[in-house]
Design a protein around this ligand. Structure first.
Ligand SMILES: Cc1ncc(C[n+]2csc(CCOP(=O)(O)OP(=O)(O)O)c2C)c(N)n1
Ligand code: SF4
Length: 280
């Protein structure tokens, strides 16, 4: 019998060279994903990376597995359809904060509550990079940028992890591209989680948000790291400035299967309690 050859992270990279700007955080997300795939010994032939549109959404082309570079904001819709049709596949959906929370926001909410067994990586740089620096749903209200938002958008940013918690995601984590090993560790756990795993990767855009290069001075680990209590997770997120990293919340809840309510599916009471705790 021949022994399976253990692949290294570099073996999961395709021959297509990324065209991201020098210093873009998305390079580190690519490294973390390929490290996680190698760590788990993931079978390339049974793995699909699905994305929308944006600089971040180019990532599937750079991984040597199956991929689908989809339509703007529709990565999660495609990924969930794929998982229904081929439940045996490992499915990762990826994209930016513009892709996932503007045009794709509705899909995100329903993906959280549907709890299909897949991983969603939000590469969050708080800007539309590909289209030259418009404010996104995670951009601070007072961020000014040239002629596009000379006085800021004036709109409060969405909190990704809190939104995921309220909508019912069963695994929620935040990583930082300045710590690709930490991000890879989170991704290993996310991919193994039997439900919808949401990973927010803080991924600076040096071209349109050069000030984000300072994030490395502000990120820190969540203390204590993880809870399975949604109200405790809500309290911690409420007190957090968005710069704490690690696994925030993980719970067991039956993953979606087509054809009816899963055994153990509960009521909306918990989600309502989280919502009032977070006041969003
Ligand atoms: C239907 C549609 N609307 C708008 C666009 C233009 N568009 C392309 S990428 C993008 C936003 C990308 O930002 P984000 O998802 O945050 O990714 P980043 O480029 O920052 O990695 C927009 C608005 C489009 N391609 N299709
Ligand atoms: S514009 Fe920003 S997000 Fe896009 S590749 Fe350049 S640094 Fe990365």
């Amino acid at each position: 019998m021949t022994e399976a050859i253990k692949l290294k992270a570099k073996d999961y990279k395709s021959e297509v060279k990324p065209i991201w700007c020098p210093g873009c955080g998305h390079f580190s997300v690519l490294n973390a994903i390929t490290k996680a795939m190698a760590g788990l010994g993931i079978d390339k032939d049974n793995t699909v990376l699905v994305s929308g549109i944006g600089c971040s959404s180019r990532l599937p082309a750079y991984v040597d597995s199956y991929g689908f570079h989809g339509v703007h904001g529709r990565g999660l819709a495609i990924a969930q359809g794929l998982k229904v049709a081929r439940p045996e596949l490992t499915v990762l959906a990826l994209g930016g904060d513009g892709d996932g929370f503007s045009i794709g926001g509705n899909h995100f909410i329903h993906a959280c509550r549907r709890n299909m067994d897949l991983t969603y990586v939000l590469m969050d740089n708080e800007v539309y990079g590909m289209t030259k620096g418009q404010a996104s749903p995670t951009t601070a209200a007072d961020w000014t940028h040239g002629k596009l938002t000379p006085r800021g958008s004036g709109i409060r940013p969405l909190p990704p992890a809190s939104l995921a918690l309220t909508a019912g995601a069963t695994f929620i984590a935040r990583g930082f591209t300045g710590d690709p090993n930490g991000l890879a560790r989170i991704l290993v756990e996310a991919i193994q989680h039997p439900g919808f795993a949401f990973v927010q990767a803080l991924s600076p855009c040096p071209t349109f948000r050069p000030e984000q290069m300072e994030w490395k001075r502000h990120v820190r680990g969540f203390e204590p790291e993880e809870t399975g209590d949604p109200l405790e997770a809500a309290r911690r997120l409420q007190a957090d400035d968005g710069m704490s990293t690690g696994i925030i919340y993980r719970t067991d809840y039956p993953a979606f299967r087509p054809g009816g309510a899963p055994a153990g599916a509960g009521s909306a009471d918990t989600l309502h309690a989280i919502e009032s705790e977070l006041r969003i």
